[in-house]
Each structure stands twice: as structure tokens, then as C-alpha cells.
Design a protein around this ligand. Sequence first.
Ligand code: ACO
Ligand code: ZN
Length: 183
Amino acid sequence: MGTDRETATPHKNELFTGSNKDFIIRRCTTDDLEGVIKVNEKELPEDYPYFFYKSILDNYPEGFLLACHRKNPDKVVGYIMWRIERTPSKKSLKLINKGHLVSIAVNKKYRRKGIAKELLAQSMPAIKKYEIKEYVLEVRVSNYSAINLYKKFNYETQGIKKKYYKDGENAYFMSVKTKDLAL
Ligand code: ACO
Ligand code: ZN
């Protein structure tokens, strides 16, 4: 990650200016959690308590990224958060690290501008240091936008988790091996 001097950025936590120059991608801080929770509660039925976000941020800060409008870089318009899991690989009993996408959301007003794509494209390399072999996630079977988004990165559906969500909806379990990732 570059220093402020190297990247000459206007915001202390800015990582990257994506293809859409109106938005920046930056690391989340404790001060941002309120903004993250606001976006989550507006855009997703899966809500979590504050301490859950805080523990993700404390444990895996590299993968907890925000999208903000360049003109108002303190306001969160989108976020992505990952956790790292150590589980046996399918082929052998060897333990491998997997990146598990906990949640991603973008404010309705700012959708279809490439923000989610940018959040994924920036966060997956950002957690590389954990030597991740595979990225995994669950998504509602009805969530076409998100499924399309994941397919762009070469995620494939591996199976269905029945009644995964509180309202009874099924989830697709999707994954991509690091070597097959389209970034
Ligand atoms: N219809 C079809 N495909 C879509 C749509 C849509 N409405 N929106 C996004 N996509 C797909 C397309 O393939 C798109 O590429 P394209 O624009 O080149 O066609 C690609 O996703 C990337 O689009 P972005 O503009 O980067 O996506 P956006 O910033 O709009 O955010 C997101 C997508 C996060 C799914 C957004 O719709 C959202 O916040 N939805 C509500 C929250 C949610 O469902 N989150 C995922 C839950 S699953 C989980 O968190 C593990
Ligand atoms: Zn999950």
C-alpha cells in the first residue's frame, strides 16, 4: 500500500481511484462503522450488531473497504467486508485459508456505477497476505445483481444451502479458487 506522499491522495485512508473518478475506495476505520451500519440496514435484510462489525474490522482490517464520494469522503456509500477461515481442503485434510465474503452493499442511489466491482477488485488482493486459496460466499438465489457481479470474477455456484436466510430463502454457495480469479 502506498504512502500518502506516493499516492498524493486527498483522504488519509484512500487506497485507490477506480474507473469511476467520482468515487474513492478506502480502508474502514472505527469512526466509519456507524456509516457502514446505516448502508447495511438500508440495503440488506441481514443486519448485525455493532460488535460484529468491530470484530471484523479488528481482525481483518485489510479487507474491510469503503466506497465514498470524492466530494464527501467521510460518508460511506458502499462497503465490503471479509473474514478469513481456516478449513480443510476438499482434496486433502490439509488446512487452507479461505476468504469468506461477509457482506457487500452499495447505496441504491449509487448503484450500477461500478462501485461493487471496484470494492471486490480492491479487497481480494488486499487480503492476499493471508495466503488465501479460495474465496467463498453465500447469496440469495433471487439476488440476480449480486450473482452476476460474482460471476464477473469467475465465482461459480457450488451448491444450495436450504433455508439459509431467516425468511426461509435458499442461498447459493459460490466460490472461486485464487488461481482462477478474474481480476
Ligand atoms: N442487474 C443485473 N446485473 C447487475 C445489476 C442489476 N441490477 N447490478 C449489478 N449487476 C452486475 C453486473 O454484472 C454489473 O456489471 P455491468 O454493470 O458491467 O453489467 C456488475 O454486477 C457490477 O456492477 P456494479 O455497478 O459494480 O454493482 P453495484 O455497485 O451496483 O452493486 C450490489 C451491486 C452490491 C449487488 C448492489 O446491487 C447492492 O448493494 N445490492 C443490495 C445488497 C446486496 O444484495 N448485497 C449482496 C448480498 S450477498 C453478500 O453480501 C455475500
Ligand atoms: Zn457467509
